[in-house]
Design a protein around this ligand. Structure first.
Ligand SMILES: O=C(O)[C@H](O)[C@@H](O)[C@H](O)[C@H](O)COP(=O)(O)O
Length: 252
């Protein structure tokens, strides 16, 4: 676990631009050190903007593994899917090999069985970690030591599909779980758990807007993850909050 670092920018565009530049540097460094990089994309306004910003960067996509932190458990062609948004913003526009893109299963692939879909994604994570020799043992499974796990955040502190006071945010054994009653629609989702997020070397939050200020203060201040899920997400080497001034306005 690492102490959080806060970086405050003039606006959301500036924080996204800075995170995109830093991500390029981390990818290059990881590829130089280990031959490949491993990143976890996130949805939401800033997550999708960062994906779009990466399109214009010089990156050796042939050696990047791309994962997702959560997914709406809907049909494969539903525009609500984070994976489709990431395709539109980034993945359809860069030469990343399809076998390196680890999308969550869609609901129509498993007759709506979210628990099975969660186990399938957990196995894909474990297989990648074992194949690359880049794993962290988490509870009952193995997770890649992601170079960067990007995170957006809701005003009540949710990250991925880990909402306050839910079984999912309390999960300590499984690396991926199914959520049946998300307070934010759609109700059915799949998500990496806090221990899986914590396997990442770096956790980077991308947060803007005054409606996020209270959750930022609680997350940076080390509140209970049960109450404020964002407070439970830490990289093993680095935890950075990329903020605009409004989101940072309640920090002491
Ligand atoms: O799954 C979802 O319903 C959203 O994608 C959500 O988790 C989002 O990532 C955050 O709420 C931050 O979103 P914004 O950056 O757009 O506020």
């Amino acid at each position: 676990m690492t102490e959080p670092t806060v970086r405050t920018f003039d606006d959301a565009a500036a924080l996204v631009a800075a995170a995109a530049d830093d991500l390029v540097a981390v990818i290059e460094q990881a590829q130089a050190e280990r031959g490949f990089a491993s990143i976890v994309l996130t949805g939401g306004t800033n997550g999708n903007a960062l994906s779009a910003a990466l399109r214009g960067k010089v990156i050796d996509w042939s050696r990047v593994d791309v994962f997702f932190g959560d997914e709406r458990f809907v049909a494969g062609d539903d525009p609500d899917r984070n994976a489709l948004q990431a395709q539109d913003a980034l993945l359809d526009h860069v030469p990343v090999p399809s076998e390196r893109v680890y999308t969550f299963p869609a609901a129509d692939e498993f007759s709506g069985d979210g628990e099975l879909a969660a186990r399938v994604y957990a196995k894909r994570l474990a297989d990648n970690a074992a194949e690359r020799g880049n794993g962290v043992a988490v509870g009952g499974g193995l997770v890649p030591r992601f170079d960067v796990h990007l995170l957006g955040m809701g005003g009540e502190g949710h990250i991925n599909s880990l909402f306050p006071h839910t079984d999912a945010v309390r999960e300590q054994d499984a690396t991926v779980v199914s959520v049946r009653d998300s307070p934010k629609p759609p109700p059915r989702r799949l998500t990496l758990t806090l221990p899986a997020v914590g396997a990442a070397r770096r956790v980077w939050f991308l947060v803007s807007g005054a409606d996020k200020a209270e959750a930022v203060a609680e997350g940076v201040g080390g509140a209970s993850p049960e109450d404020w899920p964002c407070a439970g997400a830490h990289g093993s080497e680095q935890t950075v909050w990329f903020l605009d001034g409004a989101a940072a306005s309640r920090l002491g």
